[in-house]
Ligand binder design. Structure first.
Ligand SMILES: [Zn+2]
Ligand SMILES: [Zn+2]
Length: 253
């Protein structure tokens, strides 16, 4: 079934469930497995409670819930100009090179997978939208998005997280705020993502969104999908523009 063509609830399976799980990645967050189980229901209830402000969330994706998810996208459009690779050689999102090839000594580890994914993973950008909705009092931007192999080589980087699997989120400081407040705010944002989005600090668990700890990312929030299994990192999950991220579909239920 196409997304938006049927009411979704526990027990259903399909591509429309995958799309739902992806769009609600910042509300708890579960796998993109297309199986609407208790984890997905928790996502829906979190969204209904925290975003739609329903006092009695149903966990059922009805028309009002579909429309609220569309609204989340409209209220927080993503500026892809901020996400493009700065190398000046690739088109902005790598050249699709090095699939299945790894940095020396890092065979089989996604952290060292040199593949230039075809854009940024949609899950991480939808998850960023949830953060923006939770903290509407803050002005956010992306300080880094895609960094292809050319850019990494130039800077001597050894990890490939920013080959489409990661974004760095920055906040605009209010007048009078200094570095100390910036540090505290980024720590608060990480705590919020752990609590509300089921993200982890570090990369211990598989299939979970990851945040760099504060000693690596003191004054920004690095958010990535590096620890997802390869079946959740398929090319179709990556996007290069807002239309590809949103994939607007008519809501007919
Ligand atoms: Zn590049
Ligand atoms: Zn980063």
């Amino acid at each position: 079934m196409a997304y938006g063509d049927r009411v979704l609830q526990q027990g259903l399976k399909g591509e429309d469930v995958v799309e739902l799980q992806l769009r609600l990645a910042g509300y708890r967050g579960t796998l993109l497995d297309g199986d609407f189980g208790s984890g997905t229901e928790l996502q829906v209830k979190s969204f209904q409670r925290d975003y739609m402000r329903l006092s009695a969330p149903s966990g059922v994706v009805d028309r009002a819930t579909f429309l609220a998810i569309d609204e989340l996208a409209s209220r927080f459009p993503i500026d892809f100009a901020q996400l493009r690779c700065p190398c000046g050689v690739c088109s902005g999102f790598g050249q699709g090179r090095f699939k299945g090839r790894y940095m020396p000594g890092g065979e089989g580890q996604e952290k060292f997978h040199r593949y230039e994914y075809p854009g940024i993973h949609r899950l991480i950008l939808w998850a960023a939208r949830a953060l923006f909705a939770y903290r509407e009092d803050i002005r956010f931007s992306f300080s880094s998005g895609y960094r292809c192999a050319v850019e990494n080589e130039r800077k001597g980087r050894t990890t490939t997280n920013h080959h489409g699997k990661a974004v760095d989120i920055d906040t605009v400081l209010a007048p009078g705020m200094g570095k100390r407040e910036d540090l505290e705010r980024c720590n608060a944002l990480r705590s919020l993502l752990v609590e509300k989005s089921n993200a982890q600090i570090g990369w211990l668990a598989r299939n979970r969104k990851s945040l760099e700890p504060s000693d690596i990312a003191p004054t920004w929030v690095h958010y990535d999908v590096r620890e997802y299994e390869s079946k959740y990192l398929r090319d179709e999950f990556f996007c290069r523009d807002l239309a590809g991220l949103d994939r607007r579909l008519p809501i007919t239920v």
